[in-house]
Write a protein that binds this ligand. Structure first.
Ligand code: SUG
Length: 435
C-alpha cells in the first residue's frame, strides 16, 4: 500500500485583514490597522499550492470559513436585523466585530492534530480539531472547522473526526502547529507534542502567553488513539515564546526523518532529542539545530526561517519551501544555502512570497495541515479538495473576479459587502464540491 502526505492549505478568505488580534504574535501586533489586500493574499497562497502541486507533492485546498460571523455576534447579544447587528458591534465593541470578521482559518496548521491510520490503535485516521481558546477570533473557528473536516472526511470507516477539547484554558489546544510526526509514511511513527505550559494558571513565560497546555496534548494523544510508548511530550522553551514564537512551528519543523529546529526551541533540548533518537529506530534521524550564534531567535522569528515546509517531491528528493523573507535577509539566505542545502540536509530550497499572510504571523507552514493518507483513504475523500490544474484555474479566476483588492475592516459594516464576502465562500465551496 502506498502512502502520501497531502498538504491541505487554507485558501485565504476574502475578509483577510490586519486587526492586531493575536497578542504574542509580533507581526499581528505590528501590522494592526494596516490596509490589507485580500486578492493578493489569496493569490499568494494559491501560487504556493500550485508550486507544490508542480513539484509532485499532493496538494489539497480547504475553503475559508464564512465571515463576518453574524451568528457569533448574535450569541454575544447583538440583535435586530443583520445590518443592525453589524452596526451595533462596530460602534460598541469594535474588537468583537474584528474577531468575527477575521480570515484566520487560513492557518490550517491550527485546524486540528492529525494521526495517520498507520499509527492508531483502531487503524483509522484521526483528527482532533483545535479549540483555539487562547484567542477569541480563533476559538470561533473550532466548531466550523470540525464541521468542514467531517464533511471532507465523512466516511466513518477510515476516518474519525473528534470534537475539539472542552473550551477551558487548561485544555488550550492549537493543533498541528504544536505537533510533529516523525517516521516513515505507512509505518508506526513517533508523535512529538510540544506544550507551552504544564499549568495554565502559572505560565513559565514572562511576556507572552503559552498557548498550548500539557493536559491538552495528553487528551489529544488519547483521542487520536496513539500508542503511549510512541508519544513524547516536550516543553517549548519559554524564551522562544517570549521572543514571539507563539507556536512550535515558528522554531521547529519536521518531515519523515528530518528535524530542523533552533537550539532554543525546547526545554532540556539535548535530552529530549536523544529520547526521540532512541524511539525512532528504523532509520537515522537527521537533526539540524541552528545555533543562536548563527541565527538568533529574534532573526529566526522575523524571517520565519523555521516556518518552512520540508517536502518530498515527485522525484523523491527533499526540498525546503521557505518564506521569501529568508531570501531577503543576507545572513539567513547564506545560512540556508551553505548549511541547509550545502550540507545536504535537503537537496533544494525554494522561496515563496506569502507576505500578506506573513504580516499576520502566518508563514508557509502555518498555511497547511499535513494529512498522511493511504491510497484507499485518498479515494474516500468527499468532494474535490485535491488541487488539479483545472481547479487551480477555477479558483484563480474566482479570486481575480470576486475578491476585494484592498480591505479595511469598516468596509464590512455594510451588509451588502458582508454578504458579498459570504457568497464568495459559498462559491469556493461549490468549486471544491464541499456543499
Ligand atoms: O493565531 N494570526 C495567527 C497566525 C497563526 C499562525 N499559525 C501557525 N504558526 N501555525 C495567530 O496568531 C492574526 C490576526 C489579526 O491580527 O488580524 C492571527 O490570528
Amino acid at each position: 500500500m502506498s502512502w502520501r502526505e497531502i498538504n491541505f492549505d487554507g485558501l485565504v478568505g476574502p475578509t483577510h485583514n490586519y486587526a492586531g488580534l493575536a497578542f504574542g504574535n509580533l507581526a499581528s501586533s505590528r501590522n494592526r490597522d494596516a490596509l490589507s489586500n485580500p486578492r493578493a493574499a489569496a493569490l499568494e497562497g494559491l501560487e504556493k499550492m500550485r508550486l507544490l502541486m508542480d513539484l509532485g507533492v499532493p496538494q489539497a485546498v480547504l475553503p475559508p470559513l464564512p465571515r463576518p460571523d453574524i451568528a457569533t455576534l448574535r450569541r454575544l447579544g447583538f440583535s435586530g436585523t443583520d445590518q443592525q447587528v453589524l452596526d451595533a458591534a462596530w460602534k460598541t465593541a469594535p474588537e468583537l466585530f474584528a474577531a468575527c470578521c477575521s480570515a484566520s482559518s487560513m492557518w490550517t496548521a491550527n485546524a486540528a492534530t492529525v494521526a495517520p491510520a498507520c499509527d492508531t490503535l483502531d487503524g483509522r485516521l484521526h483528527f482532533t480539531p483545535a479549540n483555539l481558546v487562547t484567542n477569541f477570533h480563533r476559538s470561533i473557528e473550532a466548531p466550523q472547522t470540525t464541521q468542514l473536516l467531517r464533511r471532507i472526511f465523512s466516511d466513518p470507516n477510515p476516518f474519525a473526526v473528534h470534537d475539539p477539547l472542552p473550551a477551558f484554558a487548561g485544555f488550550a489546544d492549537e493543533g498541528a502547529a504544536n505537533h510533529m510526526r516523525l517516521g516513515t509514511p505507512g509505518e508506526a511513527g513517533v508523535h512529538v507534542f510540544v506544550y507551552g505550559t504544564a499549568d495554565h494558571l502559572q505560565s513559565p513565560t514572562q511576556r507572552f502567553p503559552a498557548r498550548q497546555t500539557l493536559s491538552a496534548c495528553q487528551a489529544v494523544a488519547r483521542l487520536n488513539q496513539l500508542l503511549p510508548q510512541r508519544v513524547l511530550y516536550w516543553q517549548q522553551h519559554p524564551a522562544a515564546i517570549d521572543a514571539g514564537a507563539f507556536h512550535n512551528d515558528v522554531v521547529a519543523v519536521s518531515h519523515h526523518h528530518h528535524l530542523f529546529c533552533h537550539e532554543q526551541a525546547f526545554v532540556d533540548q539535548a535530552n529530549v532529542l536523544a529520547q526521540l533518537q532512541e524511539k525512532l529506530t528504523d532509520q537515522p534521524l537527521q537533526i539540524l539545530q541552528v545555533k543562536t550564534a548563527d541565527i538568533p531567535l529574534d532573526l529566526a522569528i522575523s524571517t520565519y526561517l523555521f516556518n518552512s515546509q520540508i517536502v518530498t517531491t515527485g522525484d523523491g528528493s527533499t526540498c525546503m519551501i521557505l518564506p521569501v523573507e529568508c531570501e531577503d535577509n543576507a545572513q539567513v539566505k547564506q545560512y540556508v544555502m551553505e548549511r541547509i542545502v550545502g550540507s545536504g540536509f535537503v537537496q533544494k530550497a525554494l522561496f515563496v512570497d506569502v507576505r500578506q499572510s506573513m504580516r499576520n504571523g502566518g508563514g508557509p507552514a502555518c498555511l497547511r495541515l499535513r494529512v498522511m493518507l493511504s491510497e484507499a483513504e485518498s479515494a474516500s475523500l468527499h468532494g474535490r479538495a485535491l488541487l488539479t490544474q483545472e481547479r487551480y484555474c477555477q479558483l484563480r479566476q474566482l479570486i481575480e473576479n470576486d475578491y476585494p483588492d484592498t480591505l479595511h475592516l469598516d468596509d464590512l459594516r455594510d451588509l451588502a459587502q458582508a454578504e458579498a464576502m459570504m457568497k464568495v465562500v459559498t462559491d469556493i465551496r461549490q468549486i471544491l464540491g464541499i456543499v
